[in-house]
Design a protein. Structure first.
Lengths: 289, 572
């Protein structure tokens, strides 16, 4: 498949000019095309926020649900039809704030989905409040004295929960982001790709230049199968490592644990209930036998 | 009240949680039903794992019994505290069976006839004091007129996985208890009730199992939920049988995830449900609204318990009707079913899937703790001969999920089947499913998902049941789990001028509801809540206000005697 297969053509995109979302969109489309995926086999699932609009701008199936809830339908979609490639893609407020509980438990559940998080460290659509990843001291119209809360560290949390694939990318580098996304999509199980992204309208601290100056790629000396080393790298902040932090390929995806697909690969929409068996089950409630 | 022969024997087992009341109950029900008695059992229990005082009320009769009675013919107290716990239900017709060594002088001065049954010493003589509950089973069977053979069969089946010595010990224990009871005479005996050949072919499921079986009959193949009393038995049932029937069963991290998973499952072509109670459903309301916007089918089993907040976690109430009716921000259509007995628990749940799938809307099955935890013998549920209609289409390349149609229902495709793309959005959307703020499109979509669907949803409403004499003047109106208790109360009152109107669909109302109400001279509403919620729904839909009301909200289910007494007053 070419990138054009995922192109919506001429559409109105609701992002600010210069937004990092454009590059993330480019990288996602390129990764899907590189993997020779058919748009009809791909579902993009999102919540609410500016990043959450991305499924509308890529030609695939779309489930644009509620704020914070993308991971739950994404899990179920994959479980109901494992033939689909399911990507839950949304912003940092959506995934780490409103959806924080689902983030934790989806990692534990380990569905074979890719979780892409646009991380611009600020709430854009609601006009500039702090996000879970905003740095301490970050001033906003609500956090008038600066953010006081410890920033949420998604990578460290994911590694602590032994997520099977944990990476961080930077929207300013479409090529490397595309490569990371490809590996994440190919990983069998839950894969987290946190993507640093400037917000040109509301984050004057973490700008494109700031990310360029404060991030570096992990080199070959980093062993992504080493969980301790991965955790250590995840706790580094300034400069911030980019790349694939951690990989564990030994985990069984959620949909396989259901046991429904071991003998029968048909998705649920092709299946009918076994009424003969049900009649026999009803009979088991006869006590007088 | 009529004589015991016509209403059977009422037995209450009382004990601490974890004391084995459950085993006694199971064996007794098995022995009695295989002997050909009609059986009925319901429990009330405390929100704790051990200790406290829990009771199971059992009825054994020569005809179908499906409602609780207050009267106790035989009380079996396995622990101290039963007298106080059941004070209002004990009378001189109660035979109290307990071990004096355990209950002490508790029954001194009580109206009941007390029999000291040395369960522990009989069990110890047989070889193990753990047999004492089985001694009790034997004694109850002896008093109730259940054959020892039937008790032995039930005991053998119950302990079939244990080694022969344990089985033998339990059989001996049952015999010893039975013989003890046979040795009692005069006032220390119970009246007898007969058997019925019909019982042989019957099944004895609980309300929770009936809902679970109905879900399977409806083609359910996905359930995501968070455990919450009293809704959990449905989750447990589907977990137990999930692999055999190809059902994905997932315990979600919270009810929010459960609901959103179930919506995702429908999107991908599964037939999904959630099971929850009021507090859990409160967390699902955002997702309910999502189902409304996405036009996703959804089945919600909402087992009610008393609120607000944590309320009485293990007790019963019918107070979440208005919540189900008004839950979810914005305006969305819905159907609320409310089964009145085990057969309806099965059929309503099955139908909920068909209705949800056909109209692409959320459908509630509103039960309560009483119905979920109650069981009795009924004719086997009718398993459908043909698989449920799946309202899913293969998409064409130009597929639009929200194509405007005459009846508001757009053909529902699933991702991965066909040439098209399936696009859903919680934002207002155009026909293709993409975000729009176009005001004309907004209005068209509201008409499509709400107004245009309503006539067919209304036309599909389940007709209420009218029970009682034609040409009645008075009408008793009830809904949900109160059906059988009201029926039995009315049978007992035996009035030629009064009928019962039971609704197993609480919203939208079938047209017959208004018609019946309009014809009745006097109407009386019976509900298990404090404000008469169905009455309000009826008033809103028909303009008819039912002023006479029998309401109960103490956490316990209605009893036949209570309904009889209150109706007698209203009908006087």
């Amino acid at each position: 498949m070419s990138v054009e297969a995922f192109d919506m053509g001429k559409i109105d995109i609701a992002w600010c000019p210069g937004c990092g979302n454009f590059q993330i969109r480019k990288a996602v489309m390129a990764a899907l095309a590189d993997l020779a995926l058919d748009p009809r086999q791909v579902v993009l699932v999102s919540g609410i926020g500016q990043a959450a609009k991305i499924p509308h701008y890529i030609r695939t199936h779309v489930f644009n649900g509620l704020h914070g809830r993308a991971l739950s339908p994404a899990t179920a979609i994959k479980a109901a039809n494992p033939n689909l490639t399911v990507i839950a893609i949304s912003g940092d407020g959506d995934m780490y704030g409103e959806g924080g509980n689902h983030f934790i438990h989806t990692i534990r559940r380990n569905p074979d989905i890719t979780n892409v998080v646009h991380n611009n460290m600020v709430y854009g659509l609601t006009k500039g409040q702090a996000s879970p990843t905003s740095p301490r001291g970050f001033k906003t119209p609500v956090q008038v004295a600066g953010v006081f809360l410890e920033p949420f560290n998604p990578l460290a949390v994911a590694i602590a929960l032994d997520a099977g694939f944990v990476a961080r990318a930077f929207s300013g580098d479409v090529d490397r982001t595309r490569e990371i996304l490809k590996q994440a999509i190919q990983h069998k199980g839950y894969a987290l790709v946190d993507v640093f992204q400037p917000c040109v309208s509301f984050n004057k601290t973490n700008t494109f230049q700031w990310f360029k100056d404060n991030a570096y790629y992990l080199d070959e000396s980093h062993d992504p199968t080493n969980r301790q080393a991965a955790f250590q790298k995840a706790t580094e902040a300034g400069p911030w490592p980019l790349g694939i932090f951690y990989v564990n390929t030994d985990k069984i995806p959620f949909e396989e644990t259901t046991g429904l697909y071991t003998q029968d690969s048909r998705p649920l929409y092709e299946r009918d209930p076994d009424l003969g068996r049900l009649a026999a089950l009803v009979d088991q409630f006869k006590m007088a036998t | 009240m009529k004589d015991t022969r016509s209403t059977g024997i009422s037995i209450v087992l009382a004990g601490q949680a974890g004391q084995g009341v459950q085993t006694v109950e199971t064996l007794l029900i098995k022995a009695a039903s295989s002997a050909g008695f009609h059986v009925f059992a319901t429990k009330e229990y405390m929100s704790r794992i051990r200790g406290g005082m829990n009771t199971t009320s059992i009825r054994i009769a020569d005809h179908a019994v499906a409602a609780p009675v207050d009267r106790i013919d035989l009380l079996v107290a396995l622990d101290k505290g039963a007298r106080q716990h059941l004070a209002l239900r004990l009378s001189d017709r109660t035979l109290a069976l307990a071990e004096a060594q355990v209950v002490g002088r508790e029954f001194d001065g009580s109206p009941c006839r007390f029999v000291d049954v040395p369960l522990t010493s009989i069990a110890t003589q047989i070889g193990n004091k753990l047999f004492s509950n089985i001694v009790a089973v034997g004694a109850i069977a002896g008093l109730a007129g259940i054959d020892l053979d039937d008790v032995h069969r039930a005991v053998t089946r119950q302990f079939s996985s244990k080694d022969a010595q344990i089985v033998q010990g339990n059989l001996k224990a049952a015999t010893a208890g039975y013989e003890f009871a046979k040795g009692l005479a005069g006032s220390h005996t119970l009246p007898r009730t007969g058997v019925d050949d019909q019982v042989k072919g019957h099944i004895v499921p609980s309300g929770g199992e009936a809902v679970g079986l109905g879900a399977l009959a409806g083609g359910c193949n996905f359930i995501s939920s968070y455990p919450m009393s009293p809704s959990t038995p449905v989750l447990t049932f589907l977990a137990k049988h999930g692999r055999d029937f190809g059902v994905i069963v997932e315990q979600a991290e919270d009810e929010i995830a459960a609901m959103n998973m179930a919506i995702g499952a429908w999107y991908a072509g599964a037939r999904a449900m959630v099971t929850t109670s009021g507090g859990g459903f409160a967390l699902m309301t955002e997702g309910l609204s999502l189902a409304g916007m996405l036009e996703s089918p959804m089945v919600i089993h909402l087992a009610q318990r008393p609120g607000p907040a944590t309320g009485l976690p293990t007790r019963t109430e019918q107070a979440d009707l208005e919540m189900a009716l008004y839950a979810g921000h914005g305006e969305l259509p819905r159907i609320i079913l409310a089964p009145g007995n085990l057969h309806q628990a099965f059929s309503c749940t099955q139908q909920a899937f068909a209705l949800a799938d056909r109209f692409q809307i959320p459908v509630f099955v509103l039960t309560d703790q009483y119905l979920i935890d109650t069981y009795y013998n009924v004719e086997p549920f009718e398993v459908p001969q043909v698989c449920p209609v799946r309202h899913v289409v293969k998409s064409a390349a130009d597929y639009r999920r929200y194509a405007l149609t005459e009846d508001g229902v757009s053909p529902r495709a699933v991702p991965g089947w066909g040439e098209g793309l399936v696009v859903l959005d919680s934002d207002e959307h155009d026909q293709a499913g993409h975000i729009t703020e176009d005001q004309d499109m907004r209005v068209q979509m509201v008409h499509k998902r709400l107004h245009k669907k309503l006539p067919a949803i209304q036309a599909a409403a389940l007709a209420p049941s009218l029970i009682g004499p034609k040409g009645h003047k008075n009408l008793i109106v009830c809904w949900g789990s109160t059906l059988e208790v009201v029926k039995e109360a009315m049978a007992s009152l035996d009035r030629k001028d009064t009928a019962v109107l039971h609704l197993h669909q609480a919203y939208p109302l079938h047209a017959d509801v208004a018609a019946y109400l309009g014809k009745a001279r006097r109407t009386i509403l019976i509900e298990g809540n404090a404000t008469g919620q169905l009455g309000k729904v009826i008033h809103l839909a028909t303009g008819i206000a039912i002023e006479r009301r029998v309401l109960r909200y103490n956490g316990l289910a209605f009893s036949v005697e209570d309904v009889v007494a209150q109706l007698r007053e209203h009908l006087a």
